[in-house]
Ligand binder design. Structure first.
Ligand SMILES: Cc1cc2nc3c(=O)[nH]c(=O)nc-3n(C[C@H](O)[C@H](O)[C@H](O)COP(=O)(O)OP(=O)(O)OC[C@H]3O[C@@H](n4cnc5c(N)ncnc54)[C@H](O)[C@@H]3O)c2cc1C
Length: 457
């Protein structure tokens, strides 16, 4: 059911408080500002407050609460199921994206609307980088609050593991800091505990010396997929930290569906060539596009495959490696892919990411695993049902072999039980934090939503 919030004159009062612009549905550019990455999301917020300052955020939180309207927070707008667009007021941070690098301390301070691309572009000028996802346009804040799988997980952990400090506007409009010295419990929660605790307005990340990586694609024909995946499964169990491999199925421009491996090695080129050499022997490589590239180029290289505005639906499972049954499910149930834009993507979580203790951060799945993304993508005019069903059916086939939780950045509201399981033994501690920082559940339209004790007992 959708609720309509009347566009009362009271919005003029909010607009008058902001240095940024307030977009109401009747504005000519409202639709352009509203659109998320996923064109399937049609939610029409009553107002979008495009904040330019922390004070704008504070005013918007206080005003929205005093008018008892739903609130959501949006950074780069890549959330898949539309939780960054509530039907009430949206705090839009997309224009707050400044990045400041301290090359001596090897840290970067970002405003919360900065993307992975913004951060890496600034850091690379000093020969530095940090753990990001695979795509440059994804917001660093949403990525980090959910965890943050990517090509540097093996060497540097999750994006969340590199978060040192954050500033946040709480539900009662106070600006607070979370770091090792102040509100350390909150810093723990922000490392993978979702957007439950307030509006993050800035974050500080640890940086690592990194200029180039050895990365790219190795493509194999489908008739070799079983053999290659079995051998890959053995290989990744002993892969060095520097080598993180994403792999799966996609369609290439000539219409063929292929098995792809996308290894990234972040060390010397020579060692990288040695490390990836066995991958070339797993089958007959159709296309070999491995090359030395800057990390900045790497995270831009896949942007074109995931354009904004197309319709998407994604399901996720996390597997304890591959076994015959899961390889068969991926091939028998997953193929053919339901459209030329759809894909199956498996992220290899290992190395530094697996050495963090379960209770050290809110993100709880700390053993080696494969995070599977079943990405259905189609043009807006297509019937969505077949695409959605493909992802749901394949997810169901993998579920008996998967960990009982899942990656909170890709679980939708109907999967609340899986969110609880994803947090595992950290769940109760997260509920306590929610009770402490957002007892009225103002931030309920979020990835990894937690209901405070006071509203459930
Ligand atoms: C094309 C694509 C590629 C992706 N690749 C990866 C990948 O490689 N690795 C990976 O781990 N994930 C990946 N993801 C998932 C991605 O991490 C999540 O969708 C993430 O939530 C997006 O963050 P955002 O800031 O861009 O999105 P938004 O829609 O702006 O925000 C998403 C949610 O994060 C929370 N949030 C965002 N900003 C704030 C804030 N300032 N304060 C409080 N809460 C906030 C809110 O709950 C919000 O609903 C990908 C998603 C897409 C669409």
């Amino acid at each position: 059911m959708t609720t309509t919030y009347h566009h009362s004159a009271a919005f003029n009062d909010l607009a008058a408080l902001l240095t940024g612009q307030l977009f109401l549905p009747q504005a000519a550019d409202y639709e352009q500002v509203r659109q998320l990455w996923n064109g399937k999301v049609k939610t029409q917020p009553a107002a979008i407050a495009r904040c330019l300052t922390v004070q704008d955020v504070i005013h918007t939180v206080r005003w929205t609460r005093s008018h008892n309207l739903p609130l959501s927070v949006r950074g780069a707008g890549h959330e898949i199921f539309g939780r960054s667009l509530s039907e009430g007021v949206v705090i839009d941070l997309s224009q707050m994206k400044a990045v400041t690098v301290d090359p001596e301390k090897r840290t970067a301070q970002i405003q919360a609307g900065a993307t992975a691309g913004d951060l890496i572009e600034a850091a690379q000028q000093y020969g530095l980088a940090t753990a990001t996802g695979t795509i440059s346009s994804v917001g660093m804040t949403g990525l980090t609050l959910g965890g943050g799988y990517g090509p540097l997980n093996g060497a540097y952990g999750l994006a969340a593991d590199n978060l040192l400090s954050a500033q946040l506007v709480t539900a009662d409009g106070q600006l607070i800091t979370a770091n090792a010295e102040e509100n350390a419990d909150l810093l723990w929660g922000l490392r993978g505990g979702g957007g439950n605790f307030g509006v993050v307005v800035s974050l500080e990340f640890r940086l690592h010396p990194l200029t180039t990586v050895l990365s790219g694609l190795l493509l194999y024909p489908l008739d070799q997929a079983r053999t290659v995946l079995h051998r890959l499964n053995e290989f990744i169990a002993t892969a060095p930290d520097e080598l993180t491999i994403r792999f799966g199925f996609l369609q290439i421009p000539d219409g063929q569906t292929v098995l792809f491996l996308s290894p990234t090695y972040c060390g010397s080129l020579e060692m990288g060539e040695q490390a990836i050499a066995p991958l070339r022997t797993f089958g007959t490589v159709l296309v070999d596009q491995m090359q030395s590239v800057s990390y900045h180029e790497l995270i831009h290289s896949s942007d074109a495959f995931t354009p904004k505005g197309r319709h998407y639906y994604i399901q996720t499972q996390s597997l304890d490696g591959l076994q015959t049954e899961t390889i068969e499910a991926l091939i028998e149930q997953g193929l053919p892919l339901p459209s030329p834009f759809s894909a199956i993507n498996l992220h290899n979580f290992h190395g530094a990411a697996s050495r963090v203790g379960v209770s050290e951060t809110a993100f709880a799945l700390r053993q080696d695993h494969l995070m599977v993304e079943l990405i259905a993508a189609w043009e807006p005019q297509d019937d969505e049902q077949q695409h959605i069903q493909w992802a749901q059916n394949l997810s169901r086939s993998l579920a008996p072999y998967a960990f009982k939780g899942g990656y909170i950045n890709i679980l939708d509201e109907q999967e609340q039980e899986r969110v609880r399981l994803a947090f595992g033994s950290n769940y109760e501690r997260l509920l306590d934090l929610k009770q402490k920082y957002d007892p009225d559940d103002v931030f309920r339209s979020t990835i990894g939503h937690l209901a405070p004790h006071s509203l459930t007992r």
